[in-house]
Each structure stands twice: as C-alpha cells, then as structure tokens.
Design a binder for this molecule. Structure first.
Ligand SMILES: [Fe+2]
Length: 135
C-alpha cells in the first residue's frame, strides 16, 4: 500500500476487471454452445445478457484506463465501440428471426470478443496497472 492508498485502489480495480473478464468469457462460451445447438430463444437471452454485461464492463475498464493514463486509450475505445455495435447488430438480426444471418455473425462476435478479452484487455489492464503503480 502506498502512503495515499491510491495504488491499492487502482490494483483492486484491475482485479475487478479480471473478474468481469471471467464472467464474460463464461457467457461467450454459453453463447457459442447455444448457437451450436440451435437454440434461438436461449441465444437471444444470452446476447441480451452479453450486451448489458459487456457495456458495463467496458465502461468500468475505460474509467480504470483513464485514471491510469493508459497511452493506448483511444484505439482501445474505438475497439469497444465497434464490438458494442456488432453486439447490437446481432441482437437486431436475432430479434427478426434471421437465423441464417445470425449464425456467422455470432461466430465472428464470439471470436472477436474472446480475442479482445484474452489478449487486448489483458495486456491493456496490466500496462495501465503498471503505469498506475509507478505514478
Ligand atoms: Fe477492452
């Protein structure tokens, strides 16, 4: 702990983000399975949950990165916006029952979200936490 206690607060933030990552990874896995088993009602419910969970997680992550003066914030925010738009597009396609269109969109989204969480976010959160610790 630093004299101000500020570093601990920031490190706690990265721990919470990691927990959120794990929750999202679980939901993404469930989505992949529901698509594979062709369960549209389950898929719609999961995409709705993923939309809310992802939006909340990205907002938390962005606060953490801003506080940590993360140098790659702008491209990271652009990637978040793009992923959120793709989730909304998939929700729209599922709501009108276009399963043929939804399947490849969901596969691509599962891949992109998994990649973002497991590599881009992990590196970003580690760098932001390191920057915060040295500030
Ligand atoms: Fe992110």
């Amino acid at each position: 702990m630093t004299q101000s206690g500020r570093t601990d607060e920031r490190q706690g933030g990265s721990g919470e983000l990691e927990q959120e990552h794990q929750i999202l990874v679980g939901l993404i896995g469930e989505l992949a399975e529901s698509m594979e088993r062709r369960r549209p009602a389950v898929t719609i419910g999961l995409v709705d949950r993923i939309a809310g969970t992802t939006a909340a997680h990205f907002a938390n992550e962005e606060v953490f990165m801003r506080r940590s003066s993360y140098e790659q914030l702008t491209p990271h925010l652009e990637e978040h916006r793009s992923l959120l738009l793709r989730i909304d597009e998939l929700r729209g396609v599922l709501r009108v029952g276009e399963q043929e269109r939804a399947v490849p969109m969901a596969r691509d989204l599962v891949s992109s979200l998994s990649s973002h969480i497991s590599s881009t976010d992990r590196v970003a959160v580690e760098r932001a936490a390191a920057a915060a610790a040295s500030a």
